[in-house]
Design a protein around this ligand. Structure first.
Ligand code: F6P
Ligand code: MG
Length: 453
């Protein structure tokens, strides 16, 4: 029996949780306040304005509580779905404070706390305090997006030609698959919660073919061949690929291009995107973000009109025919790690998802936060197998492919000695704590579990 290690905590200076709680969360809260205030200025509704003022007060108090290391209280809001999961955990944890509590719990709780302020004000229920951030980032990703539109059209036409001629080989498809997996992986390199302390130029510098090719040398373990074999082993009429999505904007776009390829090439019959039901970790995708994206891709940029229209038309057709689908579930934003994707979790949707994933050829789990939830955000030695770090999921029957750029402490599946080597390297670059290489977003892991261990 493997012993499950302890969690990462916010009072550990060796953890990225330390800086996150002290500096990133306060600045994220400042940006929420700004957005609420900007919306109030444009509002004609007195109720909306007075409720907006209350929200600003609530968020200001929340920021103070974090900075003063206040205690985290229960929600006691039975009418908002999923909050009970947080209250239940708090009961088992006992008294915890913002700057000393378990990082993952506190972070998820923070986003639910923000969301609860809006959900309990009639005029603000639908408000997404991160929408303008997502929108600005999407627009500033124009160069990367146009580049990919051009690549996609070229690839899709040449694929169709080779299919007609019967000259397409499985090897050729594998090469494109690997390339687009890389694009989708590095599409995750910057999320907007990190942009709190970085710039939009930073974001652009990590997009585009050249940047992605350079970064792919930094993939520390790569189980992609296993995932590819799994995909091909499922009879084509049953081949469905699921994506547990992460961020809207450029990353969502890369996931869409990968999906279009899977469908165009007939490697897959159907693709399902799993979205969040509420604003989450700043940039995560909700179904309405996809709708905005779909509109913006045609209208927010100039140039390469044909290529953009080509992509949007294909996407539209796949969606209309049911081959491309978007769904959401409360499960992704409750306080449960993904070990609860199991038949026993009947309260928040874990059992339904587990059941749905049983007949998926591949469940592609994107990004850092999803990876933390797969591994329980625990202090696994970084060379334990991925299938150890995901606990029960390793024998859940779910075929998981995690594509994750490392932006937090937890990591598994590295070759023996790699962590020590990177810790030394990171220290040699003038960083105080070597372990924090793993939160820099410069390295990545591609990990697979067959669900049959
Ligand atoms: O660790 C950095 C961080 O922003 C965390 O706060 C959060 O877990 C995560 O990364 C969000 O990143 P992603 O969008 O890749 O899940
Ligand atoms: Mg995210």
């Amino acid at each position: 029996m493997t012993t499950v290690p302890p969690l990462y905590y916010n009072n550990d200076p060796h953890s990225f949780g330390f800086a996150t709680a002290r500096s990133r969360w306060p600045s994220i809260l400042d940006s929420v306040i700004k957005d609420v205030e900007a919306t109030m200025v444009d509002s004609n509704s007195r109720t909306e304005v007075s409720q907006g003022k209350e929200i600003v007060q609530d968020i200001t108090r929340l920021k103070e509580a974090i900075m003063k290391n206040g205690e985290i209280g229960s929600f006691a809001k039975p009418d908002i779905p999923g909050l009970q999961s947080y209250d239940d955990t708090l009961e088992t944890l006992g008294a915890i404070t913002w700057l000393t509590g378990p990082w993952l719990f506190c972070e998820c709780y923070l986003y639910r706390r923000i969301d609860a302020y809006f959900k309990s004000r009639s005029e603000w229920v639908e408000f997404d305090p991160f929408e303008s951030k997502k929108e600005t980032a999407f627009r500033s990703s124009g160069p990367g997006i146009i580049e990919l539109c051009l690549r996609y059209k070229k690839m899709s036409l040449s694929l169709a030609k080779q299919q007609n001629e019967g000259s397409i080989t499985i090897d050729r498809l594998r090469v494109i698959f690997e390339e687009l997996i890389d694009v989708s992986l590095w599409g995750n390199a910057i999320d907007l919660s990190l942009l709190a302390n970085a710039t939009l130029e930073d974001l652009q510098s990590r997009q585009g073919a050249e940047a992605i090719a350079k970064a792919s040398k930094n993939v520390l373990c790569n189980d992609l061949p296993l995932a590819w074999n799994r995909l091909l082993s499922v009879p084509i009429e049953k081949r469905r690929v699921d994506f547990v999505l992460d961020n809207a904007g450029f990353e969502l776009f890369t996931d869409i291009v990968l999906s279009l390829f899977l469908l165009d090439s007939k490697l897959t019959k159907k693709v399902v995107f799993h979205c969040k039901t509420r604003p989450w970790m700043v940039s995560d995708t909700m179904i309405k973000d996809y709708d905005v994206f779909f509109h913006e891709i045609l209208h927010a940029f100039s140039g390469s009109n044909d290529e953009r229209k080509y992509l949007v038309d294909r996407l539209h057709d796949y969606k209309a025919s049911g081959k491309f689908q978007l769904v959401d579930s409360e499960f992704w934003t409750v306080d449960l790690d993904y070990w609860h994707l199991s038949p026993e979790e009947t309260k928040y949707g874990g059992a339904d998802l587990c059941n749905h994933f049983q007949d998926s050829a591949l469940v592609i789990v994107k990004g850092d936060l999803n990876y933390r939830k797969l591994t329980g955000d625990r202090k696994w030695p970084r060379d334990v197998p991925f299938t150890t770090a995901i606990g029960k999921l390793a024998h859940s029957g779910i075929h998981i492919l995690a594509l994750r750029t490392c932006k937090a402490d937890v990591c598994a599946g590295l070759p023996v000695g790699k962590d020590e080597e990177l810790c030394d390297y990171w220290r040699s670059q003038g960083n105080k704590y070597g372990e924090l290489w793993c939160s820099s977003g410069k390295w990545a892991v591609i990990s697979y579990s067959s669900g049959e261990n």
